[in-house]
Design a protein around this ligand. Structure first.
Ligand SMILES: Cc1cc2nc3c(=O)[nH]c(=O)nc-3n(C[C@H](O)[C@H](O)[C@H](O)COP(=O)(O)OP(=O)(O)OC[C@H]3O[C@@H](n4cnc5c(N)ncnc54)[C@H](O)[C@@H]3O)c2cc1C
Length: 284
């Protein structure tokens, strides 16, 4: 197996075109384990580590953020992003342990598209846009469209994720990420990412995305709509949770049966909404 260390995105795209079945190597926290287990045997690895600019997290004057694909999960966890974007930092803080987060990248976690991973639902709740570059140029996809199926993204052959763009969080927006896991540092049995915009206690808009409840992050327009223009009263919150519970189609694995996971949903949704709301009510 050959290992390449390109320094530009163009070089990466050229190498992917020249080596069928080659894989990008980001933090290696998932890919190297898969190689070690013999689950993959690519002819070439293309390291993204030296690619200029991919490790930058840029805060724009309007509050928006652009994050390169090789920003580490530790850097995102420490970024202290404002308003609704706090959901991203909270999710990153709950990925595994510091040793994993120091190497693991945001782009690697998103491209691996594990339904139990922490970052995918958070980026869906934050309404992120993903930039993909390949032999046919650049395109932008919503996070909702990026995750297609179990371990499957919308990236085409020869394309890579280069950056993620986050819209400026509206005034009054808040975000929270809660994970229910067997032990600290484990993948989620169920997770809930929520962003909301509140105006004098009234929820003007909400986006909820669940992890570990389907083959990709689960979002439902009807659940978000159940919270809009309400004071987040108990009935509205319960309605959003019930709709998500009904739509959940979780896998069964050693972290829980499908039924167990479904039963967790309404309570965890309510707690995540409560955690986000508490931030809006906290004294500045
Ligand atoms: C012990 C352990 C515990 C873990 N616990 C958790 C957890 O609790 N929660 C959680 O969310 N994750 C967890 N993880 C996974 C961890 O977050 C990984 O870091 C992450 O899944 C992959 O990121 P990476 O940068 O290491 O990517 P890599 O392992 O290098 O790559 C992963 C995949 O993405 C592809 N890829 C990487 N970057 C790009 C790109 N820019 N464009 C296109 N394709 C790309 C690679 O080719 C590969 O297929 C755990 C991992 C370990 C080893």
């Amino acid at each position: 197996m050959q290992i390449f260390h390109p320094t530009t995105v163009d070089e990466v795209i050229g190498l992917l075109a020249a080596h069928d079945e080659a894989r990008c190597l980001a933090g290696g926290q998932t890919l190297v384990a898969m190689l070690n287990l013999g689950l993959l045997d690519p002819p070439a690895l293309i390291s993204l580590r030296k690619v200029a600019g991919l490790d930058r997290l840029i805060r724009h004057a309007d509050g928006g953020v652009t994050m390169g694909a090789t920003v580490t999960q530790a850097a995102l966890a420490a970024a202290d992003l404002p308003g609704a974007l706090a959901v991203l930092g909270e999710a990153a803080q709950q990925v595994a342990h510091p040793a994993i987060r120091n190497f693991g990248t945001v782009g690697g976690a998103l491209c691996h598209a594990d339904p139990a991973a922490d970052l995918p639902p958070a980026f869906v709740a934050a309404d992120a846009r993903m930039t993909a570059i390949g032999p046919d140029g650049e395109r932008s996809l919503s996070a909702g469209d990026f995750f297609v199926d179990y371990l499957t993204t919308a990236l085409a052959d020869g394309e890579i994720l280069t950056e993620i763009r986050l819209p400026p969080p509206p005034p009054g927006s808040v975000g929270a990420y809660l994970k229910f896991a067997r032990v600290d540092g484990d993948y989620a049995t169920v997770s809930v990412a929520v962003t909301m915009t509140l105006e004098n206690g009234v929820c003007r808009a909400a986006r909820i995305a669940l992890g570990s409840c389907a083959a990709r992050p689960l979002r439902l327009d009807a659940a978000d709509a159940a919270l809009a223009d309400t004071g987040l009263d108990a009935d509205s919150v319960a309605r959003a949770g019930a709709l998500l519970q009904e739509a959940a189609d979780p896998l069964a694995d050693m972290r829980g049966t499908a039924d167990y996971r479904r039963r967790i949903v309404p309570g965890l949704v309510a707690r995540a909404i409560g955690a986000a709301r508490a931030k809006a009510e906290a004294p500045a």
